[in-house]
Design a protein around this ligand. Structure first.
Ligand SMILES: [Zn+2]
Length: 299
């Protein structure tokens, strides 16, 4: 008789039961595979191009959902600043409206229910809420100095809205969540990779920087197309920098890249913008606007 030796299948079976590495589990791969196919399909069918810049991105927030979120933000801003909003006929409001309307006309978003509010408050700030509610604080007016400067600030802010950057940020957060779930399925602790700080440094910061650059490029193009002087964008950021010394970073710019980086970047994009401006029929545009505003005053 030969001594008993366990048959290979039995050995394999035992190995399978106790020591199998997690990545050899069929079930895990089926789950991850199905998940990847489903999410991949969802991802691919929710890719779209950003207007003007042409960049492809993932977006799964509908304009309706965005509008609902904007309503919430709008009522919060109104609760805080509503009582300090200057009347519509105030020269500052008219100044902002005049510049914004010219930008919106070339933005292709003239069917949005735009609203322009000037808040009598020293904050050096301006922003646009989804849905086209524009807020400009009187504190930023000395920095914008003139219509072209105002167009630089508004062009940037309106571009964030055209590109739907806030909705994209939420969509991007979902992708990160899917990545975290995958790590959990593999038995890895996502907090190793995704603690708050690394998430900020590695994912969200570059994402915001990308959005800022895109808004800068788009804004410069918009202001050029609307026949404003794009050089003034550079001048505004220089004034912003000067105003920042000793007084803290202007609120409008606090989440933005350094002014010097922005000036350099805008200067790089200047030839393109000037070309855009040359293509726009600025002499006849100006007469059209003059007519339009004459009509507005007489209403
Ligand atoms: Zn910005």
């Amino acid at each position: 008789m030969t001594p008993y030796t366990p048959s290979p299948p039995a050995q394999y079976k035992r190995f399978h039961k106790n020591n199998e590495p997690f990545y050899k589990s069929k079930r895990l791969w089926i789950t991850v595979g199905t998940g990847t196919v489903l999410f991949g399909g969802y991802y691919v069918t929710h890719l779209e191009k950003v207007p003007i810049s042409g960049r492809t991105r993932f977006m799964d927030i509908t304009p309706k959902q965005e509008e609902a979120m904007a309503k919430q933000a709008y009522s919060e801003v109104m609760a805080q600043f509503g009582h300090r909003i200057l009347p519509r006929h105030h020269p500052y409001t008219q100044f902002v409206t005049r510049v914004a309307k010219r930008l919106i006309r070339v933005s292709g978003m003239d069917d949005t229910a735009w609203e322009f509010h000037v808040v009598d408050s020293p904050e050096r700030n301006a922003f646009v809420l989804p849905g086209g509610k524009v807020f400009v604080f009187t504190g930023i007016l000395p920095i914008v100095e003139n219509e072209d400067g105002m167009a630089a600030v508004l062009g940037h802010e309106i571009s964030h809205q055209i590109a739907r950057h806030s909705a994209e940020r939420l969509s991007f957060a979902k992708v990160l969540l899917a990545a975290q779930l995958t790590l959990v399925l593999f038995g890895l602790d996502p907090s190793l990779f995704f603690n708050h700080m690394t998430m900020n440094l590695m994912m969200l910061k570059p994402f915001s920087r990308k959005c800022e650059k895109e808004a800068d490029t788009m804004g410069l193009e918009l202001m050029a197309q609307a026949c404003f002087d794009p050089h003034e964008a550079v001048a505004v950021w220089r004034r912003m920098e000067e105003s920042g010394t000793g007084k803290g970073i202007p609120q409008f710019a606090s989440t933005h890249p350094s002014h010097q980086n922005r000036v350099t970047y805008l200067q790089e994009k200047m030839p393109q913008a000037l070309e855009k401006r040359a293509q726009s029929d600025c002499s006849s545009e100006m007469t059209q606007f003059a007519d339009m505003f004459k009509q507005m005053w007489h209403r």
